[in-house]
Design a protein around this ligand. Structure first.
Ligand code: C2E
Ligand code: MG
Ligand code: MG
Length: 446
């Protein structure tokens, strides 16, 4: 921490010279006054370097800005700690050069802290744009473009800690944002954050209390007129109320809870498969959803393989549906999907909604692609053109197709006329409890 600035240093030197002069002329009154002044001035200056004190001295309309280096772990891995440190020092200089005179700038843990005055938000945005523009030039090769993500808190009447906290929340929001590298704190952010945390705590408790149940939604083959598989869909069952996955899966995924849920569902499905075998009920492949977070977990493939071995599940009995949705922009699971498809049956869920690369799909041993419901319900001319071309593309690439979310006779007719014969949706059946599913399978046997 720099204690002196150049002005204070000059003042101190002059004061010491004056002290010597007063000492020499035996003017002890002036000497005492000067020493007291010197001590006072320096104390105030040191104090002003302490973040909180400085914050309270800045006149109103101040903003706290926290900045993060985007993908810092990749930076460290690729360039090493020495270059990382150099980059951090350069960033501090750039921030200093581009912020208002009098702004307080400090390295704050892994982040950069800026406390500054401002007149309006465009002015602040302009400042962070300028900082990022310069930061992006730190590395001369094009491999890694250094970018900062900023969380901005336009300070309110609350104290320093409360405002800093809000800047932290804005900073983590900026980290999640894909399109923009800054986020300005909004009161609703905290409310959402708190609500999500509460929901997450309830989900963890529910898992502990065995309140999750697996339902099975049959997939029908229109031509063969029979069930050709099913999808395992998790449900939260509380006091007789059945809560579908759609109501909690986003929060679960955002906070990494799907990893636990997916393992739980897989184990339940393995048990149910053994029950079907024990009761000699014929069934086809059951699909189990795998979130991208789970997919990218270390040793995930080993874990899944050992689970299937433990319950003696055959490869043909289970298929993994890899959802295209992901909260984590750093996760690029194409490699994992590729690896997984060598060992298990893998299908791509919600095709067209996410960002799986087509080349990965073609190179992998993926069998099936599921067309998302949003393409099926869009009956506009444009929507139909998209659907027709998706079906054509999937078929020409040699994948099997499943259409999901089919609710009406017209939708079913439209799809089957285009050769999309495996249908999953309320038109044929809603997701069923295991007992109901067993009955549906048994009634087909007869
Ligand atoms: P998904 O895998 O695409 O599953 C299809 C969703 O559409 C299910 O919602 C299903 O109940 C619903 N659905 C099926 N047919 C129809 C229909 O005709 N009309 C309408 N409107 N909806 C239909 P659900 O069960 O609420 O699940 C939502 C999403 O949650 C799933 O989408 C899947 O991504 C996720 N999910 C469900 N179970 C699990 C799980 O065990 N693990 C993970 N990671 N995700 C799961
Ligand atoms: Mg699915
Ligand atoms: Mg889907």
């Amino acid at each position: 921490m720099k204690i002196y600035n150049i002005e204070l240093l000059l003042l101190d030197v002059l004061s010491v010279l004056a002290c010597i002069f007063f000492c020499y002329t035996e003017n002890y009154l002036m000497l005492t006054i000067l020493i007291v002044l010197l001590i006072l001035l320096n104390t105030v200056h040191i104090l002003s370097r302490v973040t909180k004190f400085r914050y309270s001295l800045i006149p109103h309309k101040k903003a706290i800005i926290l900045a993060n280096i985007d993908n810092q772990s990749i930076l460290r891995l690729y360039y090493g700690r020495k270059k990382e440190k150099e980059a951090v020092d350069k960033i501090l200089d750039i921030i200093e050069d581009n912020t208002k005179k009098g702004a307080y700038i400090k390295k704050y843990g892994n982040r950069f802290l800026i406390i500054t005055t401002y007149t309006n938000t465009p002015e602040l945005i302009n400042t962070i744009n300028k900082i990022n523009e310069n930061v992006s030039k730190i590395f001369e090769d094009d491999f890694f473009t250094l970018t900062l993500r900023f969380g901005i808190q336009l300070c309110d009447e609350e104290g320093f800690n409360s405002n800093l906290n809000k800047a932290f929340i804005a900073c983590s929001n900026a980290k999640r944002e894909k399109m923009s590298y800054f986020s300005i704190y909004d009161n609703e952010d905290v409310e959402t954050h708190m609500k999500e945390k509460k929901k997450l705590i309830e989900l963890v408790k529910s898992l502990k209390n065995h309140e999750f149940e697996v339902f099975f939604q049959p997939k029908y083959d229109y031509k063969e007129k029979k069930i050709v598989g099913s999808e395992a869909l998790v449900r939260l069952v509380q006091d007789g109320h059945v809560i579908p996955a759609g109501e909690f899966i986003d929060v679960a995924e955002k906070h990494g809870f799907t990893t636990y849920l997916d393992k739980y569902v897989l184990r339940e499905v393995c048990k149910k498969i053994n029950e079907l075998k024990r009761d000699k009920i014929e069934f086809n492949t059951i699909s189990v959803n795998v979130s991208r977070n789970t997919l990218c977990e270390d040793k995930m493939i080993e874990y899944y393989s050992s689970m299937l071995d433990r319950y003696d599940i055959k490869k043909k009995d289970i298929e993994f549906e890899v959802t295209e949705r992901s909260e984590n922009e750093l996760i690029s699971p194409d490699e994992k999907i590729h690896e997984m498809s060598k060992l298990f049956n893998v299908s791509i869920d919600d095709f067209g909604v996410g960002n799986s690369s087509l080349s990965m799909l073609v190179e992998s041993k993926i069998k099936t692609i599921k067309i998302d419901r949003q393409f099926i319900i869009d009956e506009s001319e444009k929507g139909r053109t998209i659907l027709n071309n998706i079906i054509k593309l999937i078929k020409e690439l040699g994948f099997e197709i499943v259409a999901e979310g089919v609710e009406t006779e017209e939708q079913k007719e439209y799809l089957t006329r285009r050769g999309c014969n495996v249908i999953q949706g309320y038109y044929y059946s809603r997701p069923l409890t295991f007992d109901e599913y067993k009955k549906a399978l048994e009634s087909e046997d007869n």
